[in-house]
Design a protein around this ligand. Structure first.
Ligand code: SF4
Length: 322
């Protein structure tokens, strides 16, 4: 195998999440998506209404099930799928998981941290919901168990952010990101990237309406300059009963083709730092709600295409990182 990428023991030329958990926790880890009914300030009128135009979050809420019930269910599914898991990662996924009463959030996070087999906590949220009290609570939690906070940037372009009704501009993102990253750096000391107590991740979405390849690569450049511990690259999914679905059905939006998407991801990986963990290289939408692009259902096909494109052109993560 002729693979020049250093953080890989397979044919992968990017820093997979499996490689990360193997080296940090000793093996593959399962994820337990959790919904604690946090809601979103972009839906309840606090900073906007209607939410991001592609969002179907909360349409099948698990609220009513306790954290333990949701976790046990996910852990049982993961154990059937993979043998000898090194642990589970409770992931506060639905809605904005740093929004609301900090005392209630802290209780939920602490409950998840105490679950048997939990090795790390994931918390998905918005950069405009990171008050100093919340950051303090996250640091406190991270003293007990490793924590990764994942922020939805999606795009660095303000005109796109307005078009998708994200509810904050890039300056606001940078403010939240920087305050959280500074707190994390202080807590982590000289730990290797991604291996500290508190890690910070950024989510990107390719194929947003009005964006071209150049804009998506610019978003990757700006993301690279922020030195996140983790990046998740998503494909825009058109889901039923969303404003994006209406645009698509009127012929006002054309999704990316598979190879077009894969080529953009290869270039973004080249731009990102070599030691940033890549948590995802395509979307993981709700299959039953997916209208388009249908090719995205074949996730293995997408991953294989990216592998082949990288190998054919001898590309790897970080090769073009400035
Ligand atoms: S921030 Fe997240 S939960 Fe809120 S509307 Fe946007 S995608 Fe949905």
């Amino acid at each position: 195998m002729n693979n020049p990428y250093p953080y890989s023991d397979t044919n992968k030329r990017y820093y997979t999440f499996d490689y990360y958990t193997k080296h940090r926790f000793g093996g593959k880890c399962g994820k337990a998506p959790l919904d604690i009914g946090c809601g979103c300030p972009n839906k309840d009128g606090t900073c906007g209404t209607g939410g991001c135009i592609y969002c179907r979050d909360g349409s099948r809420s698990a609220v009513g099930e306790s954290i333990r019930e949701q976790y046990d269910h996910a852990a049982a599914v993961a154990a059937r799928k993979w043998k000898n898991l090194a642990g589970m990662i409770p992931y506060f996924q639905s809605g904005t998981n740093t929004y609301g009463d900090p005392a209630r959030l802290t209780r939920a996070w602490e409950e998840a941290a105490a679950l048997e087999g939990a090795v790390m906590i994931g918390i998905g949220t918005r950069a405009d919901c990171l008050g100093s009290d919340v950051i303090e609570a996250l640091c406190h939690l991270a003293e007990r168990i490793p924590v990764t906070v994942e922020l939805g940037l999606q795009t660095a372009h303000d005109e796109t952010a307005r078009r998708i009704n994200r509810g904050y501009d890039h300056a606001r993102f940078l403010d939240g990101y920087t305050r959280l990253k500074t707190a994390a750096d202080t807590l982590n000391g000289d730990s290797r990237k991604g291996y500290g107590r508190l890690s910070v991740g950024i989510h990107l979405i390719n194929g947003l309406p009005g964006e071209n390849r150049t804009m998506m690569l610019e978003t990757a450049e700006i993301t690279a300059s922020l030195q996140p511990d983790l990046v998740k690259i998503h494909l825009l999914h058109i889901l039923r009963e969303t404003p994006m679905a209406a645009l698509y059905e009127k012929g006002l939006y054309t999704p990316l083709e598979r190879d077009e998407y894969c080529e953009i991801v290869c270039r973004q990986l080249e731009i990102l730092p070599e030691d940033t963990v890549i948590g995802r290289i395509t979307g993981d939408g709700m299959a039953e709600d997916l209208i388009a692009p249908q090719w995205s259902r074949r996730k293995t096909d997408v991953a294989n295409t990216i592998d082949k494109m990288q190998a054919a052109e001898n590309l790897w993560q970080g090769k073009a990182c400035k």
